[in-house]
Design a protein around this ligand. Structure first.
Ligand code: SF4
Length: 404
């Protein structure tokens, strides 16, 4: 079965564990984490309890093929913590992609070797920039040198699947400083690169600085130019862009994220974790104490659930696949009853002609130029698909009425 096939009919193959601790909060970050690490040991016990609770309540087979330790800073956990969590998961894990997010300020060669020997086989290193003043602006806890060492230590520990996260559109960033960061990424030769534009998330210290006029966001046109620089640098160096923000060497795409982008089921545990099971989304309580209290009472620690209707499911599927590795035309037809090519009509021919979209192997995929203007394209594609879906439903209704 292709990874693109319908969700929910192949069990749940992806597990996410949210680790809500950081040594120090970065001013731009709105992921849930706290700086008080004295609760880590108790947290690990509670995560194991939530895994058991979720497995008791789930109605489908769980066969993990991807596991992702995210956060927060998972590398604040010891190897023993990770081992205990992995033992709580359904087996076998031998062929699973097991990713751990890593902060260069919280790792050591010994720690990485221990993680690797437990079966962790993919490391996602939060570098953000190799420029010292940009790192300072972002309030990262690590230096440029520690970030470079992190990749070398990962290699020595046996990791052959390493991602680096970088950020662009920082207020002080120039094309030259971004280019220098990207050249350092290329020199390190990691298999995967994720590149994100700096977002001023509501409620963060950075957002407040912006509101007070202490930080001026990068203008949109400069942001777009920097994004194009990222795309051209990485794709010219042999990375394939397979999502708006993600680039990989052949066969090194992040399988876990692909499962999200194809709206496949994923079981998620930990405070603030979001999961999808049997078409139902759930999200856990964000605060560590609320989450912990419910887990200890033997109650699923979720704040709420939501089930998307067919129209919402279709819109989400088209949105996610367009922005990742392409809309599978036959599958949309099978699941939602309309033809995407017909829905897009003449515009599709124009986009293909302008090298924004490629139509190959039954998939409509953004090209590098298309990714650069993907927000605009996404709006048009979603509008056209929504109308086509409505017409196909109206047709179905008419047929039913006529038959009656
Ligand atoms: S280390 Fe990562 S998760 Fe923690 S505050 Fe910084 S960006 Fe957020």
């Amino acid at each position: 079965m292709s990874v693109l096939d319908s969700p929910s009919n192949n069990g749940c193959n992806s597990i996410y564990i949210h680790v809500p601790f950081c040594e120090k909060k970065c001013t731009y970050c709105d992921f849930y984490s706290i700086e008080n690490t004295e609760h880590i040991d108790a947290f690990v016990g509670d995560v194991i309890a939530e895994i058991a609770l979720r497995l008791q309540n789930i109605t489908q087979p769980v066969q993990p093929s991807t596991i992702f330790f995210g956060g927060g800073t998972p590398t604040l956990l010891t190897a023993n913590h990770i081992e205990r969590i992995l033992h709580a998961l359904p087996t076998p894990l031998a062929n699973a992609e097991i990713t751990m997010e890593a902060n260069p300020g919280t790792i050591s060669p010994e720690k990485l070797s221990e993680y690797r020997s437990l079966g962790v086989n993919r490391l996602s290193i939060g570098v953000q920039s190799f420029n010292p003043s940009e790192l300072e602006f972002l309030t990262r806890i690590h230096s440029r040198e520690q970030a470079i060492d992190a990749v070398h230590h990962a290699r020595k520990a046996g990791f052959d699947n390493v991602n680096i996260d970088v950020m662009f559109a920082l207020p002080s960033q120039t094309a030259a400083s971004l280019s220098a960061t990207l050249q350092q990424v290329l020199a390190l030769g990691t298999e995967h690169v994720s590149a994100y534009s700096l977002i001023y998330e509501h409620g963060t210290p950075l957002f407040r600085q912006m509101k007070r006029g202490l930080v001026i966001p990068t203008p949109e046109d400069v942001d777009a130019e920097l994004y194009e620089l990222v795309i051209s640098t990485l794709t010219s160096a042999g990375y394939r862009q397979y999502e708006v923000s993600n680039f990989a060497h052949p066969d090194k795409e992040c399988r876990h994220n692909l499962a999200y982008w194809h709206a496949r089921d994923h079981l998620s545990v930990g405070p603030s974790a979001h999961g999808l099971l049997n078409g139902e989304r759930y999200w856990n309580h964000r605060s560590l104490s609320s989450w912990q209290r419910l887990v200890r009472m033997g109650t699923l620690p979720q704040a709420n659930t939501e089930t998307l209707d067919e129209r919402e499911t279709m819109n989400e599927f088209v949105f996610l696949t367009l922005r990742s590795d392409g809309i599978p035309v036959d599958q949309v037809h099978r699941r939602f009853g309309f033809d995407v090519r017909t829905a897009l009509g003449a515009r599709l021919a124009d986009w293909i002609q302008d090298d924004l979209i490629a139509d190959s192997n039954g998939v409509l995929r953004l090209t590098s130029h298309g990714y650069a203007v993907c927000d605009e394209l996404t709006v048009h594609v979603l509008e056209a698909c929504d109308q086509a879906w409505e017409s196909s439903r109206a047709g179905t209704q008419t047929n039913i009425t006529a038959t009656e």
